[in-house]
Design a protein around this ligand. Sequence first.
Ligand code: BTN
Length: 250
Amino acid sequence: MFDLRQFAALAPDWYLRLQYHHELDSTNDEARRLAEAGAEHGTVVLSDHQTAGRGRRGASWVCEPGDGLLFSMVIRPSFPKTNWSRIALAAGIGIAETLNAKWGVRAQVKWPNDIYIQDKKCAGILTEAREDFVIVGIGVNVMSAPPSENARIEAIAVADVVQSPVSREMVLAALLTGIMTEVDACAGHFEAQLERLRKICYLTGKGIKFSAHEKEFSGLVRGVGFDGALQVEVDGEVMSFSQASEINVL
Ligand code: BTN
C-alpha cells in the first residue's frame, strides 16, 4: 500500500492535492470526473490498482499493486488548444530528466510518450483532452516491471537500475514536481524544452518501422523538429510526423 505519511513528509504541497484510492477503474477516468466537477490545475489522482487501466491505442495497462505508480494529473492549460500536443512531450521530458537527476538512470524519451531505460520501457503516458482541460495519465514501473507486453517491448523498473533504496513515495514526490514544472513551462519557450528533448531522444539515429496516415513507413530517425514532430528520413527524404502508431525499432 502507498504510504501516505511518507509521501506527506516528502512532498507536503503535493499531499494536499493528492486523491488516493486503493482501487479505481482508471485514474484517468477519475481525474476526468473530478475535472468535470471543477477540480483545479494540479489535482493528482493515484491508485494502487486499476480495474480498467488504459494504455495508448486501446491497449490495457497492467500493474500489480505495489509494483509501480498509477496516477493522473488534471491540467488546465493557460495556452491555446493548438499547442496542447506539447503537454505529453513536456511530461515525458519531466519524467526522464527527473529520474536522471535524482537517480542517474540515463532515462530517455521514446517519442512521443514512452520512457526507456537500457532499451526497455519504464513508463508510459496517456494524455486525454477535453474542452477545457487535459488529463495526463502516467504509469511507472518502480519496484518491479511486469512481464514483457509482447516479444518486442521489454519492461524495466526504476529499482532494477538504482543501487540506493527507492520507494514509490520517493519517485512520485520527485516526478510530480518535475512533470508540473515542464508542463507549465511548455506554454512559453517550447524550443528550449525541445533542445533538451533532443539530448534524451531514444529514437534518434535508429531505424524504425511504423504506420501513419494509414500508410506503412520505415526509415532512419533524424531527430525532433521545431514543432515536436519526429523527423524521419524515408527513401532519402526527411519527413515530419506529428503522430504515429507504435514505433518498432528495427
Ligand atoms: C502507454 O504506454 O500506452 C500509456 C500508459 C498509461 C498508463 C497510465 S496508468 C495511470 C493512468 N490511468 C490509465 O488508465 N492509464 C494511465
